[in-house]
Design a protein. Sequence first.
Length: 439
Amino acid sequence: MNPIAQDLNQIIEKGNPYLMEMLSDMGRNLFFPKGILSQSAEAKEKAHKLNATIGIATERGGTMHFPSVMGSICSIRPKESLTYAPSFGIPALRKVWQNSLFKKNRSLAGKIISLPVVTCGITHAISMFADIWLDPGDVIVLPDMMWGNYNMILNVKKGVTISRYALFSESRGFNLTAFEEKVREEAKKHDKVTVLLNFPHNPTGYTVTTEEGKRIVEILTDIARKGTNIIAVTDDAYFGLFYEDQTLKESLFANLCNRHPKLLAVKLDGAAKENFAWGLRVGFITYGCKIEGDHMAVYDALERKTAGSVRGSISNASHLGQTIVLRSMRSESHMEEKKEKFRVLKNRARRVKEVLSDPIYKDAWDVYPFNSGYFMCIRLKLVDSETLRLHLLEKYGVGLISIGERDMRIAFSCLEESEISELFNIILQGVEDLKGLNA
């Protein structure tokens, strides 16, 4: 093992020995190298005469560039857009995002969390999380309805076992009973259990209520107290898009932090959906756990391992993307812009509910609960979802996502309010078409 990794492990062990049990084999071996990058950082600070360390080209005291490239970027200097960003992310952006976490999550007040490490979007954050914390054969608990890419990242690429529970109960809320039974069942078989919590949920658009969220935290804390290492990772891709009063308005990460030494909270989030900047590919990984002594030393060690994982995969996330996000978040208009887009999406979600309250649809499908995010799902009663998807696409030019045999996902995020009624009427007509063919 590299001596730098050994030093980081000693710091982590001193602050919370259970974290060492949770780290994957790769995670224990990860470190941020003291090679070219650290030497370049030292030179950037002290080499006031000549600096021949960084693998970029310069001329006339600035970053070498094509005018045809900078002509598209306009107001952002080459130094803030074309150069390499640190593997940790731009320091100012990391701090601004951390500050925003405290503003958006009141339950974080008084708690100490890590500085976020920047990733190339949340998909990359999930992959980095898996590398650092999961070994092949480890178990991760997920609902039966889930984003399909979890399977690719966690099971296909990493070899992790996905253990599923039913997302919804008969009372049409989060299935706390199934969730608790599944996590306790896995805790009897494994020393470490990872639980991935994705709210607002993809594909259903459901976020737990305040009471459901409180109970999830209690369940995981109790299992940790009884001796199982619990990693609770929150995929908060659609954070903030909460449309109903009873919906939990903060990340579960905020209440999972600092609960118990055997409970590690990991927050995955980013600018993609929160700031409507999907293609900029700016995501974050943030840690919160109970630590004895110097919190920041342990968090610094975890950040270095995480940045080492980023360095070993993509080197660093886009400097241009990070700069654009940072400038947007610092702008005076940022919050008003965010509120404006929130209102648009909330009105679309409300319109979907209005349309689907019409009894003409009740024989064709049931509607899964939804109260947030970009999506909602229907459960078809009479036809196969993939058959209907293809029929709607070919006959009516309407595109939807089929999930399993009977579920269909509708992204109301990309529908104008005026288009929503028409869409569901076309879906109903498609069901009627297929019924006629099968008669």
